[in-house]
Design a protein around this ligand. Structure first.
Ligand code: MCN
Ligand code: CUN
Length: 791
């Protein structure tokens, strides 16, 4: 890791530069949606269904309208008049904004009440009378597929009358089946069922917006908690028919996204309609329960996985069948495209010759989503299943989990590597990462300690996860969302004094883009990151971008930024040549300056060149020093890492204590090691969460059992171990500065390291798998069954 040098910062890459944005955050000067106050502003509250499945026989708003302060009540029928009764989902399908004749999950939006205060809005919402006729509820996706299951979506006329949304397969089934037949005869086959539960991103700031329509100018401004402001503006324009240039979406400071702020939610749409209808600004802010119960959840995959290997444990084929519970809407269902697509990574870091994956997605009476939680565009499930399966295989052939991995890794010289599921990994060196992790943690010594403890009856486990991530959505061939190419953008203006304003199409929710993107430009131009301000999140000023998710900001937006800065440097070279009266080819570049080859004292700094660009520009060039780049990446990036977790299990309580957790990450070239470290710490904590604590459970009537932070356990500092980190650097060959994304890697890689450690602690008594979250109760039940419980 580099440290800050004593001299001035001229070269911004790889330095632990302090976050520029923190100057306002730590002073409490951040500006979040709920901080926005406009004159005459109204406040909204949403009437939500208490039932998971019911017919709506009538909605009576008359009493609500009499509540003092209530200004308007909007129902699904009112939305039709505004052309906003339907909102697009990530599947490319559309779904009702407010339920009209049927509710499909508890807390579904039924009516929108606006009033002079938030309290009056809540009173108004309580006074809306909805007559429901309850219907049978389906929460188990297996039961949803039964022939006699109640049909949840009779409105989906284009589909068979079942609850199945789609069947999706990828890979070569015949070759995979043949490899399994062979392994059944002459090798080994391991099989495991596992469930990756439904969880929720739960950002500390919930979702919300302020919508303001100016009838005089015809301009609609929406401040919203958005990870993708431009994409949301376009969707508003397409759906509403309002002209796109009169819609301004501003995503101010965002208090965490984690995938929760990618989709469009009914509250946004209703606030816009209410602003159009009342002519006054309307604020809608979710409370915690609304956030947990009605906005995009992640995962909920029931997986059956099988590996075919030879007797030595060399893998041959992977076969996976998954039942995906998408809840009530078709929100993340598009099978061949974006969300489900990342299931393609499920062969992980291993050299499988054949693989076949099939997914059936079904509707249940649960909230819609299936979107993301840092990250679950199916990478998390894919990575979890393969890392759990490699441990299962190691047990079967009697090898150490580290040995089985080293034996089966894709070799460094095999990159770019085309996996059996057809995606091309850009670069990797998995063995180096695992060996570093083993060395740092003292793997051999830990194994010896484990054997001694086991002999004494103590339970200690070591778990490995050598994951491969897939980030940077991404070229259109993989990520075709409604036909949009997945590019991103950067616009750079170098002012006459050499100070820089850059605007980017991606949108930070805490990742530190104002710092790292300044560092990219600073490194390319040889100036200080202090001299570069980065703006984003305002569609009226930022260039069109597709937003921040899938750790795409650095792989895509960062690439656009580097390329735009190089365009600036190219023009600067022309200006320097003119000023120095030499040919361009006679110039050399050193950070911050062009000089004449052979005469280093004869040169022009980037600041001098910038001034000349506006005052003494060569006659054959346009004045000014600006550049724009829209970058469509040739491929995704494939960061990876090796995590090792050491746990001790309390035989009295079943509690899992994480003694050590070492994370070796490789995200290619590192822009800011301190920010990367912060991303890894936060991400590991969000990986610990589903491993031991978080699950968004439903009872059989479709009641949400985790609707607040007392029931939905997110780890706090109390539960979080001290994370140890280390790094290898394997640059991406196709990224202009060799960087891969990192934001989601730790969350993707961590759960299975912990799960593997717990299973490892109990492997000697025959335990092969425990579904996450591994609660003390689950462990204690196993201890009891195996006669190991001391209480
Ligand atoms: N970075 C770096 N060098 C690299 C890679 C990244 O210095 N080789 C820096 C980046 O420039 C950026 C940060 O690390 O400042 C994360 O970069 P990247 O991996 O490109 O991810 P994104 O910026 O696209 O962020 C998205 C990712 C996702 S998808 C989720 S979910 C998530 C995450 O980031 N949500 C977050 N981290 C989060 N962190 C915070 N604080 N809040 C969230 O909501
Ligand atoms: Cu995958 S959660 Mo992030 O993409 O916003």
């Amino acid at each position: 890791m580099t440290t800050t040098s004593a001299g001035p910062h001229v070269h911004g890459l790889g330095e632990p530069y302090k976050r520029k944005e923190d100057a306002r955050f730590i002073r409490g000067k951040g500006n979040y949606v709920d901080d926005i106050q406009l004159p005459g502003m109204l406040y909204a509250d949403i009437v939500r269904s208490p039932y998971a499945h019911a017919l709506i026989k009538s909605i009576d708003i008359s009493k609500a309208l009499q509540v003092p302060g209530v200004v308007a009540v909007i129902t699904g029928k009112d939305l039709e008049a505004a052309g906003l009764a339907w909102m697009p989902t990530l599947s490319g399908d559309s779904e009702a904004v407010l339920a009209v004749d049927r509710v499909l999950y508890q807390m579904q939006e039924v009516a929108f009440v606006v009033a002079e205060s938030r309290y009056a809005a809540a009173d108004g919402a309580a006074a809306v009378e909805v007559d429901y006729e309850p219907l049978p509820v389906v929460v188990d996706p297996h039961k949803a597929l039964a022939p006699d299951a109640p049909l949840l979506r009779p409105d989906k006329k284009d589909r068979q009358p079942t609850n199945q949304i789609y069947h999706w397969e990828t890979g070569d089934r015949a070759a995979t089946d043949a490899a399994f037949a062979e392994a059944e005869q002459n090798g080994v086959v391991v099989r495991q069922d596992m469930y990756v539960p439904r969880i929720h991103p739960a950002p500390i700031e919930t979702c919300g917006c302020v919508a303001d329509y100016n009838a005089a100018t015809g301009k609609l401004t929406v401040w919203m908690t958005s990870q993708a402001p431009h994409a949301h503006r376009t969707l508003f324009a397409i759906v509403s028919g309002l002209p796109e240039h009169r819609i301004r979406v501003i995503s101010p400071d965002v208090g965490g996204g984690f995938g929760n702020k990618v989709p469009i939610y009914p509250g946004y749409v209703c606030a816009v309609v209410a602003a159009l209808k009342t002519g006054r600004p309307v604020k809608w802010i979710e409370d915690r329960t609304e956030n947990l119960t009605s906005t995009g959840f992640a995962r909920d995959y029931h997986i059956h996985a099988e590996i075919a290997a030879d007797k030595e444990g060399t893998v041959k084929a992977l076969r996976v069948y998954t039942l995906a519970d998408h809840g009530a809407f078709d929100a993340a269902a598009q099978p061949t495209k974006f969300p489900a697509g990342l299931f393609h990574i499920c062969t992980g870091s291993y050299d499988f010759k054949h693989a076949h994956v099939a997914v059936d997605a079904v509707h249940t009476n649960k909230a819609p989503g299936g979107i993301a939680y840092r990250c679950s565009f199916r990478v998390t499930e894919a990575s979890y299943l393969i890392e759990r399966m490699m441990d299962t295989l190691a047990r079967e052939v009697g090898k150490d989990p580290a040995e089985i991995r080293l034996q089966n890794f894709i070799k460094p010289e095999a990159f770019p590597y085309r996996s059996a599921l057809g995606w091309t990994y850009d670069s990797g060196n998995y063995e180096r990462a695992l060996r570093l992790a083993m060395e740092k943690i003292g793997y051999e010594e830990l194994r010896r300690e484990q054997a001694e403890k086991r002999a004494r009856g103590e339970l200690m486990g070591i778990g490995i996860s050598s994951f491969t991530e897939i980030v940077g959505a991404g070229p259109g061939k993989h990520f075709d969302i409604a036909g949009i190419q997945m590019f991103d953008s950067c616009e750079i203006r170098v002012h006459p004094t050499g100070k820089v304003l850059a605007r980017i199409g991606v949108q930070t929710q805490g990742q530190g883009h104002e710092t790292t993107f300044a560092q990219i430009i600073a490194a390319e131009l040889g100036i200080s990151p202090d001299d570069v301000d980065v703006e984003h999140g305002d569609t009226d000023t930022a260039p069109y971008g597709l937003g921040t998710y899938a750790s795409r900001s650095t792989p895509v937006g960062g690439a656009a930024t580097a390329v735009a800065a190089r365009k600036i440097r190219d023009k600067a070279r022309k200006i320097a040549a003119y000023l120095l009266e030499v040919g361009e080819e006679d110039l050399e570049w050193e950070p911050g300056r062009f000089y004449v080859r052979g005469s280093p004292s004869k040169g022009k700094t980037i600041q001098e060149i910038a001034f000349a660009a506006y005052t003494n520009c060569p006659p054959y060039l346009e004045p000014g020093l600006e550049a724009v780049n829209y970058y469509d990446p040739p491929n995704l990036t494939y960061p990876f890492g090796s995590y090792i977790c050491v746990v001790d299990i309390d035989r009295g309580t079943g509690e899992v204590h994480i003694r050590r957790f070492l994370a070796v990450d490789d995200c290619g070239t590192v822009i800011n090691p301190m920010i990367v470290e912060g991303q890894i710490h936060g991400g590991l904590t969000q990986g610990l969460a589903p491993a031991l604590y978080e699950q968004l459970a439903y009872d059989e009537n479709g009641n949400v059992l985790g609707s607040n932070f007392q029931d939905y356990l997110i780890p706090t500092a109390m539960e979080t171990p001290r994370w140890e980190t280390a790094r290898t650097v394997t640059p991406s060959p196709h990224h202009p500065i060799g960087a891969k994304g990192v934001g989601e890697s730790p969350t993707v890689g961590a759960p299975q390291a912990i799960a593997n450690a717990v299973v490892d602690a109990l492997a000697h008594v025959g335990v092969r798998h425990i579904d996450i979250p591994i609660t003390p109760w689950k462990v204690w039940a196993i201890l009891k069954e195996k006669g190991l419980a001391t209480a």
